[in-house]
Design a protein around this ligand. Structure first.
Ligand SMILES: *Cc1c(COP(=O)(O)O)cnc(C)c1O
Length: 467
């Protein structure tokens, strides 16, 4: 074997070209030198290039591609066309524009995060949201932590350590794999006292379980499943009254944190925080990024004395939220002052209540361009489908929607998975759902303002390579 003649330029020579200088400006010295070494090595192993006139541009362009790929952020926006609106793996609720502006307003400078401007001394970070959440829900007091799992953990650690928490057996749920009620209890140091059976629990079951070591009565929203048929759950008001008779707080872990009546959005009813408090809960815990439509956060709202005790517990210090979250949360909560503004301005509510006719119109509007862009891939059609709310809210209720359905030209094998993978490899990845050999792109979460960006990158589909 005779090695072909290799004449590769020096790294210095490459750096001195105008393209080399541009790369230096964009990426910095060390990464550019490393990328150039890598492409020269590749080229040397491949036997170099025959035409010296092409060597330098080819190396620079290859290095540029490597540097671009390395500079691409790991965490980036995607198109959620899965049909699950509040998709935990896709970041749950998209934030209101006003909340995004509020984040950038405080992100780059000092802020009064924990500083009382009137008194000129240390303040309380909850002050930015507590009055708002109390006004909306009727709670006496509230505090905010990292997420709802943290809220439940904080309540249990502060109020039930080494003591018993009575829960109906039918509510010992697992939510999203890592939130399992029995495990959370154990981690917080509380003792779980199960009562009733899987399908039925009665007031007398709770009453019989109360003893000297009872710390809390607790209700947990089953979130991601529903028990139907011969069932019985104790009404919240009765549990609350039982708790009051024995001086035991009643805690309701609502999960979703709905602040408006979903029936007004044309959606099935989901218990609101207001209703839970009005039914007598001493504390309610709920998420910020589920049906509330804000950033990831967990609320503990209710009796002032209990909130005060929880806030003193060291675990709350470890679970606190930062200024960016508080900025987004305050702004999102302010939108709830007027339900019409909440509905229009909070993307989660807007997407969940989006009329089916609007989604159908989007599908017809997009179909010709998508069909054209995917002509080499397969057939595209519009089909009715059903979106899910997601994040454990209303698990059984589906929202009528429309999808662009791509039927790959080649059937069988891995054709549809490969197509789905190429959609995911686009600059702004498109996440669809593979169903019976087709790729379904549920259009509920593709708002009209985002359609041009979605269409613009479809022409790249034939070029993208997947891992
Ligand atoms: C979702 C949920 C949680 C966990 O909330 P995160 O905000 O995801 O931590 C806890 N309890 C219930 C009932 C839930 O639905």
């Amino acid at each position: 074997m005779t090695a072909p003649q290799i004449s590769l330029p020096s790294i210095d020579a490459l750096l001195k070209t105008s393209e080399g200088q541009t790369l230096l400006d964009q990426h910095g010295h060390l990464p550019v030198v490393a990328a150039l070494r890598e492409v020269c090595e590749e080229s040397r192993l491949a036997g170099g290039a025959a035409d010296p006139g092409h060597v330098i541009p080819a190396l620079l362009s290859r290095a540029s591609a490597l540097l671009e790929a390395a500079a691409r952020p790991s965490l980036r926006p995607v198109f959620n066309l899965t049909g699950t609106v509040l998709h935990t793996n896709l970041g749950r609720a998209p934030l209101p524009t006003a909340a995004i502006a509020a984040i950038s307003a405080v992100a780059g400078s000092a802020s009064n995060l924990e500083y009382d401007l009137a008194k000129g001394r240390r303040g309380d970070r909850d002050s930015h949201v507590e009055a708002l959440i109390c006004r909306i829900t009727g709670a006496e007091a509230a505090t905010v932590v990292n997420n709802n799992a943290a809220a439940v953990m904080a309540v249990l650690a502060a109020l039930a350590r080494r003591r018993e928490v009575i829960v109906s057996r039918g509510e010992l749920v697992e939510i999203g794999g890592s939130f399992r009620v029995p495990d959370v209890m154990a981690t917080a140091g509380a003792k779980l006292r199960e009562v009733g059976t899987t399908n039925r629990a009665h007031l007398r079951d709770f009453e019989a379980a109360i003893g000297p070591s009872t710390a809390l009565l607790m209700k947990i929203h089953p979130s991601n499943y529903r028990i139907e048929g011969f069932t019985a759950a104790v009404p919240e008001a009765e549990l609350a009254a039982l708790g009051r008779r024995h001086d035991i707080p009643f805690v309701n872990d609502l999960g979703s944190g709905t602040l408006i009546d979903f029936r007004n959005l044309g959606l099935p009813h989901e218990p609101t925080v207001q209703e839970a408090l009005a039914a007598g809960a001493d504390l309610v815990t709920f998420s910020g990024d589920k049906l509330l439509g804000g950033p990831q956060a967990g609320f503990i709202a209710g009796r002032r004395d209990l909130v005060r005790r929880i806030k003193k517990h060291p675990i709350v210090r470890a679970l606190r939220v930062d200024k960016l979250i508080l900025a987004a949360l305050e702004t999102t909560l302010r939108l709830y002052a007027d339900p019409a503004r909440a509905r229009a301005g909070i993307p989660a509510l807007r997407l969940l209540s989006r009329p089916t006719s609007s989604i159908a119109a989007a599908a017809e509007r997009l179909l010709p361009s998508v069909q054209q862009a995917l002509a080499a891939e397969g057939m595209v059609s519009v089909q009715p489908c059903a979106s899910q709310i997601g994040s454990g809210a209303l698990p059984v209720d589906l929202l009528p929607s429309h999808a662009l359905v791509v039927t790959p030209r080649r059937r069988g094998g891995k054709a549809v998975e490969q197509l789905a993978a190429r959609f995911r490899a686009l600059p702004t990845p498109v996440i669809g759902r593979v169903h019976q050999g087709d790729l379904h792109l549920d259009l509920r979460c593709l708002e009209e303002k985002d359609e041009p960006a979605f269409l613009a990158q479809l022409s790249l589909l034939s070029e993208v390579t997947t891992a």
